[in-house]
Write a protein that binds this ligand. Structure first.
Ligand code: NAP
Length: 333
């Protein structure tokens, strides 16, 4: 079968289309005929080696973090899915494998595709949707009437995070360039700051929560706009020692290195009397079913920026890596 394979750590040339053997569903796994797959910054960050400290992959390996398709076969003991089911998934972080004609995924991390979506739109939902849902619900525990700041509302995660925060009853402020402003307003953001002209920390204050999607100075500035005792959750800053242990099973050395590297951020948070946490999203079939339900009810809209044919996946990555996508970039098999 055809697959997009990460051959080594490096620049875009470290990934290439190759013929590889088809995978076979093992116990508890489903074999999915992939119809479309989403692209995510994590895919090129992994390729660049940015995650090597916490996760080292055996290479070559079929790349790709999320997919939508049909169940082609099921392994022994599979109970939730049958051949022909339309499914979507954020695949196992250590196995990857979504950029291929077929992929095997443990049934516990597979969800039933929203009935109202085609494969391309569904393929862009799992990773960004689970990230936004888990950060807003599990880390920030947003409640009705709270005010949340989300940096970078127009991207893959941001477009879903804005809507999920609104669904949870929160009032949303976000940053976007003029190209993204109309989009984020249409998704429910009530305050939109053009980050190219204005610093959000000069405009916002006394927020109940912040969800940082852009990192760097934005992460530091988010502390200044929060009420005392509130929390910023970042997905773009530096992982915390607890993440290295819980999410990647990393040893004490890696945890110690992250503790040292993140000391400045934690100090700044403390100075403002606020909390800081890093979130690694977790694959989850149950949470995918919730996202699918929200889509089918019309509560959550997917935003797909561009769909490329699979053969042009290198071009799709070049586009994503420019960092200006509005919503998701997807390849179709
Ligand atoms: N920890 C986790 O589990 C996890 C999970 C998912 C994603 N992430 C990380 O989260 C980040 C966002 O992911 P994504 O998929 O949403 O990325 P993305 O789709 O590539 O984000 C691109 C969007 O971000 C906007 N943007 C860029 N810089 C901005 C800034 N300074 N202020 C406001 N908006 C800005 C761009 O708008 P303009 O071009 O209009 O400026 C563009 O619309 C990435 O770093 C990704 O690796 C982490």
């Amino acid at each position: 079968m055809q697959a997009y394979v990460m051959t080594r750590y490096g620049d875009a040339r470290a990934m290439e289309l190759r013929d590889v053997p088809e995978p076979v569903a093992g116990e508890g796994e489903v074999l999915v005929r992939v119809r479309a797959a989403g692209l995510n910054p994590i895919d090129y960050k992994v390729r660049q080696g940015a995650m090597r400290m916490v996760q080292r992959l055996d290479l070559p390996r079929v790349a790709g973090s999320e997919l939508a398709g049909e169940v082609e076969a099921v392994g022994a003991g599979v109970t939730r899915f049958a051949v022909g089911d339309r499914v979507f998934a954020r695949v196992d972080k250590k196995k990857l494998g979504a950029y291929a004609t077929y992929a095997v995924v443990d049934e516990t991390i597979v969800g039933r595709m929203p009935q109202s979506l085609d494969f391309a739109d569904a393929a862009g939902l799992p990773l960004a949707g689970l990230t936004a849902l888990q950060a807003l619900r599990d880390d920030l525990a947003l409640t009705k009437g709270e005010r949340v700041f989300i940096s970078g509302g127009a991207g893959g995660v941001g477009t879903l995070a804005v809507q999920l925060a609104v669904w949870m009853g929160a009032e949303v402020a976000t940053t976007a360039s003029p190209r993204g402003e109309e989009l984020v307003r249409s998704l429910g953001a009530t305050t939109v700051i053009n980050y190219r002209e204005q610093k959000f920390k000069d405009v916002l204050s006394d927020y109940d929560a912040a969800f940082d999607l852009t990192g760097g100075q934005d992460l530091r500035d988010s502390f200044a706009i929060l009420k005392r005792g509130a929390t910023t959750v970042s997905i773009a800053g530096l992982p915390e020692p607890a993440n290295a242990r819980a999410d990647f099973g990393a040893g004490p050395l890696v945890a110690a290195a992250l503790r040292v590297a993140g000391a400045g951020i934690r100090r700044q948070a403390r100075r403002h009397g606020v909390g800081y946490r890093f979130r690694f999203m977790h694959p989850s079939g149950e949470d995918l079913d919730l996202l699918a339900e929200l889509v089918d009810k019309g509560t959550l809209k997917t935003v797909t920026d561009r769909v490329f044919p699979f053969e042009r996946i290198a071009e799709a990555f070049a586009y994503l890596e420019q960092g200006h996508a509005k919503g998701k970039v997807v390849v179709q098999m």
